[in-house]
Write a protein that binds this ligand. Structure first.
Ligand SMILES: [Zn+2]
Length: 139
């Protein structure tokens, strides 16, 4: 299989509800998010898709929706209090915002919507919270 990959860096806050250690606190990461897309066949000039499509459809989605914002689970007990002080900088998500859940959300929800006009599919996403720690979700 031939795939095309591109990564994008964003800064984002979150907390992990129920975490046994310090990740339960409000904190953030300089995330590096890797997208892998695949197609049934290469286009007439030999590409899975132009890399600019990954940028415009997926990297720019991250810029508009997650960059410099705070991800919070809709069931987080701090949601109401944080909404009062953080307002538009909060992004309410339907999952506890671990790297694993973020990767799955991008592949299952964001990818199909953002790439629907193109003959490619987001098949995998790797989320690096640090240079040492990452999670990957693949179809
Ligand atoms: Zn974290």
């Amino acid at each position: 299989m031939i795939v095309a990959e591109r990564y994008h860096d964003i800064s984002c806050g979150h907390r992990v509800v129920g975490h046994e250690g310090k990740c339960r606190f409000l904190h953030g990461h300089n995330y590096r998010i890797h997208f892998t897309v695949a197609a049934h066949e290469l286009d007439e000039i030999g590409r899975v898709v132009d890399f600019s499509v990954i940028k415009s459809a997926l990297c720019e989605w991250l810029e508009e929706n997650f960059d410099h914002k705070f991800l919070i689970w809709e069931k987080d007990e701090l949601l109401t209090q944080l909404q009062e002080i953080a307002g538009d900088s909060l992004v309410i998500v339907p999952f506890n915002p671990t790297a694993e859940h973020l990767a799955r959300y991008l592949v299952e929800t964001v990818g199909p919507e953002q790439l629907k006009a193109y003959p490619v599919q987001l098949i995998s996403c790797k989320i690096e919270e640090t240079a040492k720690c990452s999670a990957t979700y693949s179809l």
